[in-house]
Design a protein around this ligand. Sequence first.
Ligand code: SAM
Length: 328
Amino acid sequence: MTGLFDSWQRQINYLRISVTDHCNLGCVYCSVGSVPHLPRSEILSYEEIRRLVQVAAGIGISKVRLTGGEPLLRAGLSQLVRMLARIEGIDDISLTSNGILLAKYALELKEAGLKRVNISLDTLKEDRFKRISGRDKLGEVLSGIEAAHLAGLEPVKINMVVLRGINDDETIDFARMSASRGWHVRFIEFMPFGMPEAESLATVSAREIQERIQSLGKLEPYTGSTGNGPARYFRLPGAEGTIGFITPMTEHFCDTCNRLRLTSDGQLRPCLLDDDEVNLKEPLRNGAGTDELKQLIQQAVAIKRERHHLTGGLAPGTVKRPMCQIGG
Ligand code: SAM
């Protein structure tokens, strides 16, 4: 067998990279505002990221997603995309963004080699957008979605984190957008990471959301091309867009997990919800050769656990790092 396989025979071919821990939003469920930023010197440079991706590509990583924090806040992100697109073995580069700066960068990102983008959007109401994210930026996000389509960053997927009593009454409006606007909408179950600020927030199960959406018509399972992720996809009758459900809380999808995460400060993390990490930055900065780096990546794969245990409820502070450093 060639490629990277973990102890549970899962093939690992997907690397998510957090390029910054800074964000231009402060969402209620993502403790970005309450943790100090990492010192600039701790953040991997583009050249360091390129080198690590090149080594990873040599042992089986073929897909990369850039995330953060808000990745478009990092100056010259298209330059990094161009550097990664040139690496032999990397055949898919995607981005997760809040969309605020996409109108400005969509075209140059596409030209640099970005294939597609996921845009996070939790509400279609301006006042609510401000309440959830702390900023008045809904118009910019909608322009960013438009710009991503125009640039051909397809499929553009819209990710909505559903929070009980905060935006769950809009799930039907989002589902409708899959028919009226051809959006590919994905509903994500909120994960209580154990951050104290998020203690009052509650998950809405995908099953409950699905039941609500059925009032718009029967959801047909969709099995067309959907990317590398864990969502289950459906379509409303006649809709161009799809509706996906991501269920980290009610139905973990660890048995199909194919990913590693590189934190903005160069730690390789086998699982979002587990604090095990392998330090790549230090050896990299101390002149490690390709073989040593390969072994470290293989070590991270070897310690990847069978599954996460979020479903049973995480004690506060269980995941030590905030999402913005790990890369959501
Ligand atoms: N700034 C970018 C964005 O907004 O897409 C990328 C980083 S953000 C951390 C990535 C995704 O993680 C977003 O879709 C966000 O809604 C989601 N996210 C953050 N905290 C979460 C939580 N506690 N539960 C579920 N999703 C979460």
